[in-house]
Design a protein around this ligand. Sequence first.
Ligand SMILES: [Zn+2]
Length: 115
Amino acid sequence: MKLRMIPVSSLRKISPAIAVLPKTADSFYQSKEWRSLVVTIIRKRGRICEKCGRSNCRLFADHIIEIKDGGPKLDQRNIQLLCGSCHTLKTNQARAHRMRLRPQPLGGYIKVNDR
Ligand SMILES: [Zn+2]
C-alpha cells in the first residue's frame, strides 16, 4: 500500500475519527474565568508537564474528564497541565474512546463493535 499526503482540510471530511487536529478555539477557552484559572494553576503547580515532567515548553491546561464527556469546566481537580505531546496523546485517546475505537499496537485505530 502506498501512502500519500492528504491535505488536513480533506482529512477532516474523510475521517473525523482519526484526523489529528487542534481543537477549534471554543469561546470558553477565551473566557476570563478559564484564563485566570489556568494562570492560578500554573502559579500553584509550576510550569511543568504533570505527566512526563517536561518543563520549558508550552503547556496545555487539559480537562482530565473532557467537557464533552461531562467533566466540570472550572474545577481545578479536573485540570492537568500537559506538554504538547502528552496533550495530543491524551486528546486522541479520549477521542478514540468516545468513538469506540481501539488503538492498535502498530498505530491507527480500529472500530470496535458495540455488541
Ligand atoms: Zn508531557
